[in-house]
Write a protein that binds this ligand. Structure first.
Ligand code: G3I
Length: 397
């Protein structure tokens, strides 16, 4: 059975021009799975392995390795920035689809699916929108029309080309916000009230009946106290349940998976339980932005292996926890890393005091880290009865 799968995957690999220089697999010489890419190994489980893509890096002719790795290792891609509002509609009513269309074309050439990120978020909004609202030239009624127009125009433009849309992103506060009781936060909730969430899903569905529509957020890897006043996962679960009760067309929950080695984090059993609970609502799940950062102490920066090794190992372990949990639930459809190389990662730019980094699965020279090989091992050494093929999600009407 195992051998048969290797041979099958090996045949696909060769057909896709996969492992460079690999001899054809035969019964006596099966493909060595450790030489296969993440995307090939993911397909053993129908699991899509993805990355966020930095379009400037993808276009950099001086660095062909970036492009080569995106196409070789991943079966789904997400635009790290170019599908956000400030890029897509920098001037009211004028759309700039060029960079996002380039990614779609790249994905098509490389037989990759695309996660659309993101339709509604409080960050990276164009200033015409935020300024217009703050100075009163855009009324609340007009704002709702603007949101509907943006969603409709964008989703229609990409109709048939997006597998999963992050329709609403990071709508829920964190326990360290004020007030500490969890609530709907940010620009959209403040100006339109939380009803914008249901509206956004309905408008997205009207524009593309086939895309899977996701709610996407961080710090929802596992359940905590079970009290929605302080347990963000429970808050999101209750939100999803209420949306489904109101017949809102939501198809999935995206758990971003931004972790840090300095935190306690979760184990596989806890994360798998959370995915299963969301699946119990009839929803698909996905890990959408996985990275595991570390504090860059003076020792780390000086190359002290006593400090570097535990960080590499802890980072790998956390990548693995999320991947094993995803494998354990057949409704978990994809596992996307938020960049695959420390050469292009949002982390050092974002966390500077204290400095953080080392968050991805390859170093700045594209050398695979422990995390990359552990992910491969998880994909290789898993299968029935506890790991089953993915169950496709049907878009909800
Ligand atoms: O485009 C400008 C460029 O013109 C300018 O020269 C440069 C100077 O700093 O900034 C560029 O914009 C930056 C943009 O990324 C594109 O590179 C912004 O400063 C920077 O803030 C922005 O950061 C992005 C961040 O979202 C913004 O919130 C990160 O790249 C991106 O990885 C990150 O992604 C988010 C997900 O969308 C949602 N979940 C959390 C995740 C991490 O924050």
């Amino acid at each position: 059975m195992q051998l048969k799968r290797w041979l099958t995957v090996g045949a696909v690999v060769l057909a896709a021009g996969g492992v460079a220089g690999a001899a054809p697999a035969t019964a006596s010489h099966p493909v060595d799975p450790s030489q296969q890419s993440l995307r090939q190994l993911g397909m053993r489980h129908d699991l899509y392995i993805g990355t966020a893509v930095d379009m400037a890096a993808l276009a950099d002719t001086a660095d062909p390795q970036y492009r080569e790795i995106v196409s070789r290792e991943f079966s789904t891609v997400t635009a790290e920035n170019v599908m956000k509002w400030e890029t897509l509609e920098p001037t009211r009513g004028t759309y700039n689809f060029g960079p996002a269309d380039e990614l779609i074309a790249f994905a098509k050439r490389n037989n990759q699916k695309v996660r659309g990120h993101v339709l509604v978020w409080q960050n990276q909004l164009p200033s015409w929108l935020t300024t217009g609202v703050s100075n009163g030239t855009i009324s609340k009624d007009e704002l709702r029309d603007i949101l509907r127009n943006h969603i409709t125009t964008v989703v229609k433009h990409f109709k048939g080309k997006i597998w999963q849309w992050d329709v609403v992103n990071e709508a829920v506060s964190d326990p360290w916000d004020t007030p500490s009781t969890l609530h709907y936060k940010g620009f959209w909730a403040q100006n339109l009230g939380p009803g914008y969430i249901a509206d956004a899903f309905r408008w997205a569905r009207a524009a593309d009946p086939k895309a899977l529509l996701f709610y996407n957020d961080y710090n929802i890897e596992a359940f905590g106290s079970g009290d929605p006043a302080n347990d963000k996962t429970q808050f999101v679960y209750d939100m999803a349940k209420a949306l489904l009760r109101d017949r809102v067309p939501i198809d999935g929950i995206g758990s971003q998976g931004h972790l840090g080695t300095q935190y306690g984090n979760y184990d596989t059993i806890q994360v798998a339980a959370a995915l299963k609970k969301f699946a119990g609502l009839g929803l698909a799940t996905a890990f959408t932005e996985v990275d595991v950062r570390s504090q860059m102490t003076a020792g780390v920066q000086a190359g002290d292996s006593n400090e570097i090794n535990p960080r590499l190992q802890a980072s790998a372990a956390n990548y693995s926890v999320l991947l094993q949990a995803c494998l354990a639930d057949p409704h978990c459809l994809s596992y996307t890393v938020w960049g695959f190389t420390d050469k292009h990662s949002w982390v050092p730019g974002w966390f500077s005091n204290p400095p953080e980094g080392m968050a991805t699965i390859m170093d700045e020279n594209y050398q695979p880290k422990r995390a990359y090989n552990l992910m491969k091992a998880d994909l290789i050494h898993s299968g029935p009865p506890y790991v089953q093929p993915r169950i496709p999600q049907k878009p909800r009407r």
